[in-house]
Design a protein around this ligand. Sequence first.
Ligand SMILES: [Zn+2]
Ligand SMILES: [Zn+2]
Length: 109
Amino acid sequence: MIRKSMKKAVLGIVCAVFLMMSAGCSAVSSITGGGYTSDEPCAWCGETPTKEFKTSGGDPCYICEEHTHECGVCGKNFDKELNHYTNLMGIETFVCDDCYQDVQDMNQN
Ligand SMILES: [Zn+2]
Ligand SMILES: [Zn+2]
């Protein structure tokens, strides 16, 4: 009788742990949604998780969610992923619509 209930308890714990793990995983992936799943450090601040972008040279460049939403020129924060280009140091730089226009104009002159 005692052995039987022990087995049941162990099985219950295993089930509970498994459920907690799968619930925990799905919670994490919903927080870091939008492709920010890489544990490479951000090219700007070194934070993780990051998302992989390609530079104009074809190299991977990892940027955190904060730095894809903050304009690298005017410093304002936006609730969307901004336009980006590869700067002189080979790092993807994120800029808002207004500043992106300025950058394009500068590059053409
Ligand atoms: Zn960053
Ligand atoms: Zn801007």
